[in-house]
Design a protein around this ligand. Structure first.
Ligand code: NAD
Length: 371
């Protein structure tokens, strides 16, 4: 098959890590007989330098015409970069917000996976993480408290602020369907997180999720209150497969889940709409402190490319092959600087490699699997 992938390399380490993800995709293409065509799209600081704005309408149209978009990262050092002397709507990050809105990306997917080989970086007690864990958090991204009406006014001489948390059943239904679709590609278990003991929006959330669950009899659904979920993530992260939740709860829980995995350089993410289209990117930023040094960890971007294969192209076997290659390289004790063990003798037992070398090692280990 032939696939058309938009590529936003962006700023800082972006071009370095995206190059390695393309290398992995090309290797998948060779092994499985696909052709991936790439179209470079400017966004962020590099777009400001070239066009005066962080994202042009033409760039949006080109992104929309692609089957999926793979992104590196955008932005620079806020203290020193001239991009941050511009008005907020002209800064690099405004481009990303505009792109997410234009593409109607309402579902944010963040895996949190602890590899056995990297468990030293996990701050949790060893008995709680034995065997690692592997979950994804699906967060509703365009509704809820962050998009509701807000105001601050004086009520009887007392300053009073109001934020509103609104969800309608259609918004809940579409993200719930996404969660069940994702669970069907994994261990078929959804935990829907809400605060149904207090909030009306959560009670509606719960009833719509239950209604959607009837369409997916193979998937086990359970509900968990958000305060309990925050505890369970550090008490027993292995219990989770797919966590489905609304915008603000997801914002907080996905950061908590990512912290327990260790390195930012390992964390992939996807933002999806109601077609097969998605924007795939590492969770980290443009890391201006290490840009151009050839030491950035490309694994999060390579794993984002694996998600692109799985969720936009339904190439599950190919996505598994990329993830297996990443695991293999870690097992063979290759590490980029950010995931080097801190203590001896573990530190001396591993080999430190740069961005390009890590990309080569992973690409070389992508194999053809019958199924
Ligand atoms: P950052 O994630 O870029 O860096 C935080 C720390 O993590 C740094 O020490 C960095 O070296 C390290 N790091 C990040 N990615 C790494 C990788 N792949 N390998 C090894 N180390 C890595 O966060 P920041 O410094 O707060 O932000 C820098 C810029 O990135 C800012 O302009 C910010 O707005 C932008 N940003 C962009 C995105 C995005 O493109 N989606 C996301 C977050 C931040």
């Amino acid at each position: 098959m032939r696939y058309h992938i938009g590529v936003i390399s962006g700023d800082g380490i972006g071009p370095e890590i995206v190059a390695e993800a393309k290398k992995a995709l090309d290797r998948v293409g060779e092994a499985y007989g696909h052709v991936f065509e790439y179209e470079e799209i400017l966004m962020g600081g590099c777009s400001i330098d070239a066009t005066g704005v962080p994202l042009t309408d033409e760039a949006i149209a080109r992104a929309k015409a692609c089957d999926a978009v793979l992104m590196g990262s955008i932005g620079g050092d806020a203290a020193t970069s001239p991009w941050y002397r511009l008005k907020p709507h002209l800064r690099p990050e405004a481009g990303l917000l505009k792109l997410r809105k234009s593409l109607n990306l309402f579902a944010n997917l963040r895996p949190a996976c602890l590899y056995e080989e990297l468990k030293e970086a996990c701050p949790l007690r060893e008995d709680r993480i034995d065997g690692g864990f592997d979950m994804v958090i699906l967060r509703e991204l365009t509704g809820g408290l962050y998009f509701g009406e807000r105001k601050t006014e004086s009520v009887d001489g007392v300053l009073t602020a109001v934020d509103t948390l609104t969800y309608n059943e259609n918004e809940i239904r579409r993200i719930a369907r996404r969660a069940f679709d994702i669970a069907m590609k994994r261990r078929r278990n959804v935990v829907s997180v809400d605060k149904a003991n207090v909030l009306d929006s959560s009670r509606l959330w719960r009833s719509v999720v239950e209604e959607v669950a009837k369409e997916y009899p193979e998937v086990t659904l359970s509900h968990m209150l958000v305060d309990n979920c925050a505890m369970q993530l550090v008490k027993d992260p292995k219990q989770f497969d797919v966590i489905l939740t609304e915008n603000m709860f997801g914002d907080i829980l996905s950061d908590e889940a990512s912290m327990v995995t260790g390195s930012i350089g390992m964390l992939s993410s996807a933002s999806l709409n109601d077609t097969k289209f998605g924007l795939y990117e590492p969770s980290g930023g443009s890391a201006p402190d290490i840009a151009g040094k050839g030491i950035a960890n490309p694994i999060a971007t390579i794993l984002s490319a694996a998600m692109l294969l799985r969720y936009s192209f339904d190439l599950d076997r190919e996505a598994n092959a990329v993830e297996a290659a990443v695991k293999q390289v870690l097992k063979e004790d290759y590490r980029t600087i950010d995931i080097m063990p801190q203590k001896e003798p573990q530190r001396s037992a591993v080999t430190q490699v740069g961005t390009k070398e890590m990309g080569d090692l992973i690409a070389e280990r992508i194999r053809y699997y019958e199924k």
